[in-house]
Design a protein around this ligand. Structure first.
Ligand code: FMN
Length: 325
């Protein structure tokens, strides 16, 4: 499949692996890129810009295909060294950056000056339009289904994607709830020129996370995610577990008086415990409703090849059959 996204990012298949905290290490990104998609390293999982530079170099040793880096701007007490991370990205020869969380205007000029394509991930058409206006090359449009931060508008992809198509001139990638060939064809029908997957890529052989995480995704259904931190206007879709239910109980009891400090035990510093140590009840971790469509743990190449074969079959046989009558 050739789309404006495959051309822009220099990839074979229109499939991107979204940045994921404590998942987007070199091994993950290299496996997706070697399979013909775009693998993305998550900058803020690396403690310092020097660590990011090292991670990019490790990834380069594992693939000669294009790779990307995710730069997330989220509310945080101690602001990360963004200029340092940007320098590591540029010096590492990375050609694609996925920005998320907030308007990337502060890093855009330097990235563009260095020939880097910027794909801004956002959850609302108005934010996508803003990204287009400030000069982003493409956007990822992340629907309400998505794992991680779906924003506060709650618009699912069946509405959000065609709305994006109606408004945008730059190409866009569909994100949130994508799992298979059906997702890809549907996303393309709704106007996207590629798809971004987070949760689905965690349940792959190469994902550098504990086996417990992968098994939790296979076991989970589409009913098993919860929205936390809505009262703080920092909504996150996570897989339920006792810590998440405790967090929701606190939200119910404290109402609008809730502060970040009240839930710190359930959300702060939990990713290494879950992703690396497999302590599945350690706290809240991002997971999409798409968990309900995850039945196995293939390699990234098996997954991507399967998606592309299924998409082609749907387009050329199932859908073509309908119009032939
Ligand atoms: C475990 C996990 C961690 C994530 N961490 C980040 C992150 O640090 N930055 C970011 O921009 N998006 C993050 N995301 C969101 C993904 O990049 C992607 O947008 C989302 O997973 C798409 O929805 P899906 O899970 O339904 O595929 C994360 C998602 C998951 C599942």
């Amino acid at each position: 499949m050739k789309t404006r996204i495959t051309e822009m990012l220099g990839i074979k298949h229109p499939i991107v692996q979204g940045g994921m905290h404590f998942v987007g290490f070199a091994e993950m990104a290299a496996a997706v890129s070697n399979a013909g998609g775009l693998g993305i390293i998550t900058a803020l999982t690396q403690r310092t810009p020097a660590d990011l530079a090292n991670e990019i170099a490790r990834c380069r040793d594992m693939t000669d295909k294009p790779i990307g880096v995710n730069l997330t701007f989220l509310p945080s007490v101690n602001q990360p060294d963004y200029p340092g991370y940007v320098k590591a990205i540029i010096e590492g020869g990375v050609k694609v950056v996925e920005t998320a969380g907030n308007n990337p205007v502060q890093v855009l000029p330097v990235l563009k000056d260095n020939g880097i394509k910027v794909v801004h991930k956002c959850t609302a058409v108005r934010h996508a339009l803003k990204a287009q206006k400030i000069g982003c090359d493409a956007v990822s449009v992340d629907g309400f289904e998505c794992g991680g931060h779906p924003g506060e508008d709650d618009v699912p992809n069946f509405i959000l994607l065609p709305r994006a198509m109606d408004e945008l001139e730059i190409p866009f990638i569909a994100s949130g709830g994508m799992a298979d060939g059906r997702s890809l064809v549907a996303a393309m029908a709704l106007g996207a020129e590629g798809m971004n997957m987070g949760t689905r890529f965690i349940a792959t052989k190469e994902a550098p996370v504990h086996e417990n995480v992968k098994q939790a995704l296979v076991a989970a259904s589409e009913l098993d995610t919860r929205l936390v931190m809505r009262p703080l206007r920092n909504t996150e879709r996570v897989l339920t577990n006792p810590a998440v239910e405790r967090l929701l109980q606190k939200e119910k009891e404290l109402g609008s008086n809730i502060k970040f400090e009240d839930i710190i035990e359930e959300v702060a510093g939990v990713y290494p415990k879950i992703m690396l140590d497999g302590q599945m009840d350690a706290g809240a971790w991002s997971c999409g409703m798409v968990a309900g469509l995850i039945y196995d743990i293939p390699t990234c190449k098996e997954l991507i090849d399967r998606i592309m074969a299924e998409a082609e079959e749907i387009i050329t046989k199932r859908l073509a059959g309908f119009v032939k009558g």
